[in-house]
Design a protein around this ligand. Sequence first.
Ligand code: MTE
Ligand code: CO
Length: 416
Amino acid sequence: MGQNTTRRGFIKAGVAVGAGLAAGKAAAQSDPLITEVQEWNQVLGFGVDERPYGIPSPYEKAVKRRSVPWLTADPISSINFTPLHDLDGIITPNGLCFERHHGGVAEYDPAAHRLMINGLVDNELIFTMEDIMRFPRENHVYFLECAANSGMEWRGAQLNGCQFTHGMIHNVMYTGVPLRLLLEEAGVKTEGKWLLAEGADASGLTRSIPMDKALDDCLVAFKMNGEALRPEQGYPLRLVVPGWEGNMWIKWLRRLEVGDQPWHHREETSKYTDLMEDGTARRFTWVMDAKSVITNPSPQAPITHGSGPTVLTGLAWSGRGTIPRVDVTIDGGKNWHAARMSGPSLDKSMHRFYYEFDWDGSDLLLQSRAHDSTGYVQPTKDALREIRGTNSIYHNNAIQTWYVNKEGVAENVEIS
Ligand code: MTE
Ligand code: CO
C-alpha cells in the first residue's frame, strides 16, 4: 500500500498507524526476502512453448468452483458456485463461472450444430453457426444469476461463505447477434407474442419468453470474454436474457418457436415459480431484483492482518438497470456509509464497491445494501419474509450479514 494515495480514508488510517504508512514496514528493517538472493532468482523460467493455453499460477490452486454435495443427488443434474471471495473487479474469468446443468455438460461439434426458428413466422429457418456469424453482432457485459441463488437462506443463515450463499452468479462480456435480427429474418407473424427457447442438451430445457423481451435486448451469443463459450456455458450457442433469471438463458440453443401464448413447461410451473406462505405460487417472476454481497471479509476470506487499515469489498447488481449507490455498515446497521463504486457502471452488469476503514479490533457485523437506478432499495431478510414467507427457494435478494469476531474469523448470521 503506497503513501501517495490522496483518498481521505487512507490518510486518516495512515496517521492512526503512525509514520504516515498505512501498511508495510520501513525498508531499514532488514528482510532476508529482499536483502538475500533467493533460489528462484537463479534458475531460468519455462519457455513460451510450455503453455499454449495459459493457466493460473499453482499458488492460486485454491481459487476454484465448489459444490455443496448435499444440495443435489448427483453431479450431472447439479450446481457449482463461483468463488466470489477470490475475485476482484467485475468480470468473472471463464473457468470460474458457476455451472448449473439439468442433464450434464453437452459437448457439441459446432459444424453439426443448428438453430431452427419455427412456429408463427413467415419463413421457418435453420441456421448453421456460419450463418449466424454473418449477422451484425454486439458486445455487452451482463450478469447471469440463477433464480435459486441464496435459495438455501430463506429460513435462516445456513451456508458459510459468499461462494455458497451468492455464488450462482457470473458476469462476462458476451459477443452475439441480437435475437431481434434473427426473428426479423424469419418474419414474426402479428399473433406471435411468445417465444419458446429450447436447448440441445439431454435435459432439452425449454422456457417461454414474451416477444417484447425477445425483441428488446436478448442476444444469441457465441463468445464470452472474447473467446468461444465454454462447454459448461452452452458452447457453441446460448441465449442471453439480460437481467432475467438464469434459467431462461438457454444453453446449447437449438430451437426458437414463435407462439401466441406461453407454453407452461416444467421449468416455469413446478420449478422456477415462487411458493408463497398461503400455498399459492407467483407466476413468471423473470427479473432479478437489486442485490449485493460483501465478498471480503467473508467466511472464506477472514481478516488475517489484525486491526488497522482494512479493505472491505463486494458486488452489487440489478436486473432493472445500474447500481448508482451501495451503503455499507460494519456495526449491524447503526451507522451506514456510502461505499466507493469502482469500475464501469453498466446496465444489468455486476458493480464493484469498496469501503476502507480502520478496524479497531472489535466485533463487526457487516452488511451491504444496494440501490438501483430505478430507486429500488435492497430489502432486509425480515422485510422480504414479510411479503414472501419462507416457502420459497427462488428470488431471495435480501441483505446478507457477516459476523466478524476479534480474531477476524467471519460467519454467516442473521440479525433483526
Ligand atoms: N440451458 C440448458 N439447455 N440446460 C440447462 O441445464 N440450466 C439453466 C440455464 N440454461 C440450463 C440451461 C439454469 S437453471 C441456469 S441458472 C443457467 O443456465 C446457468 O448458466 P451457467 O451454467 O452458464 O452458469
Ligand atoms: Co438456475
